[in-house]
Design a binder for this molecule. Structure first.
Ligand code: ZN
Length: 159
């Protein structure tokens, strides 16, 4: 069985940056199962897995536009510290969840200077070229529930 739309695909993967540093890996954890063709994984990775079958490995290098997008200066905002009422001390590295037109979004404090807090709403991996080393563990037909939900269900069953 090969990977195509509406297959539930189980993979082991290691994600590294351009310098070879590990960003994320399924090593030592359960492999990941996703629903192919539903945008559950980034577009470039989904495209490179199309047509593969269990036991095959894929190594792919994805430029930002095929991964998490370019880093966008427009996503960086300066906000007066006074707007953070209820937060004892605003520090670089803090994450806040905000409601925007695009839904729930995580923004990170990139720096605090005087009364100005600089927030960055770019995805942490935006602007990065990513290397994926993926092994296909299993390919099966997705269930009707999974297709309805738009995601794969794990060994734990439906939700
Ligand atoms: Zn579900």
């Amino acid at each position: 069985m090969t990977i195509q739309k509406n297959k539930a695909v189980t993979i082991r993967y290691t994600l590294t940056d351009e310098a070879g540093g590990i960003i994320e890996s399924s090593e030592g954890q359960e492999p990941m199962t996703y629903l192919h063709g539903s945008g559950n994984v980034i577009p470039g990775l989904e495209a490179s897995l199309e047509g593969k079958s269990a036991g095959e490995s894929v190594k792919v290098t994805l430029p930002p536009e095929d991964a998490y997008g370019e880093w966008d200066k427009a996503q960086v905002l300066d906000i007066p510290k006074g707007q953070f009422s209820g937060v004892d001390e605003v520090k670089a590295g803090m994450e806040f969840s905000v409601h925007s037109s695009g839904g729930e979004q995580i923004v990170v404090v990139s720096k605090v200077e005087g009364e100005t807090v600089t927030m960055d709403a770019n995805h942490p991996l935006a602007g990065k070229t990513l290397n994926f080393d993926v092994t296909v563990v299993d390919v099966r037909d997705a269930t009707n529930d999974e297709i309805d939900h738009g995601h794969a269900h794990g060994a734990g069953g439906a939700h």
